[in-house]
Design a protein around this ligand. Structure first.
Ligand SMILES: [Mg+2]
Ligand SMILES: [Zn+2]
Length: 182
């Protein structure tokens, strides 16, 4: 299929409840009450999904890579159970001071997925709660949907505009459905 309609999702504050000072163990990873229905609809729309998530809790020593991978293994199983075509879950493990190319607002996680799966990023959409999600998508020329869950109510820097600022992932999927029909 064409790469149009690939949906990039941030994790914390979009798919699962935002936790101040980071999710450090699997028990803290909790879906929103709308997540299952929103994911099911995304699966029905046929949109392949890539998850891109900053997990500096690893670099800060608050959790470990193996715990994050354990959380992602379960998340991918759940998403596939909801009928979602999960292409990749890419995380940045680095500390903000490490100067890596993957930590959002940098674009390395997006570019890695695009290269591996031949995704045309200009035809893809990013759903995120944080400013850095929107900045990365803006750099890449992607569609930008900001959700109001998680960190989604903080003011955007001047000059950064999003295509939609919506209640949550469920509303974002409804927006994507309309966008695909255009
Ligand atoms: Mg987030
Ligand atoms: Zn990184």
């Amino acid at each position: 299929m064409s790469s149009e309609g690939v949906v990039f999702l941030d994790r914390d504050g979009v798919i699962n409840e935002f936790v101040l000072e980071a999710i450090r163990d699997p028990e803290q990873f909790r879906y929103y009450d709308f997540t299952a229905n929103a994911m099911t609809k995304l699966g029905q729309l046929g949109c392949p999904v890539v998850v891109v998530t900053n997990q500096s809790a690893i670099g800060r020593g608050w959790t470990t890579e193996s715990i994050v991978l354990q959380i992602h293994k379960k998340m991918v199983e759940d998403m596939r159970g909801w009928g979602v075509n999960v292409l990749a879950v890419n995380h940045c493990p680095h500390h903000p001071d490490d100067g890596c190319r993957c930590r959002k607002p940098d674009t390395g996680m997006f570019e890695a997925a695009a290269k591996e799966h031949q995704i045309d990023l200009v035809s893809a959409v990013m759903v995120g709660d944080s400013i850095v999600d929107m900045q990365a998508a803006d750099t890449l020329g992607m569609k930008k949907i900001r959700v109001k869950t998680g960190r989604g109510e903080s003011p955007l820097p001047s000059g950064l505009e999003v295509d939609a600022h919506l209640r949550n992932l469920s509303a974002a999927v409804d927006w994507i459905e309309s966008w695909l029909q255009d």
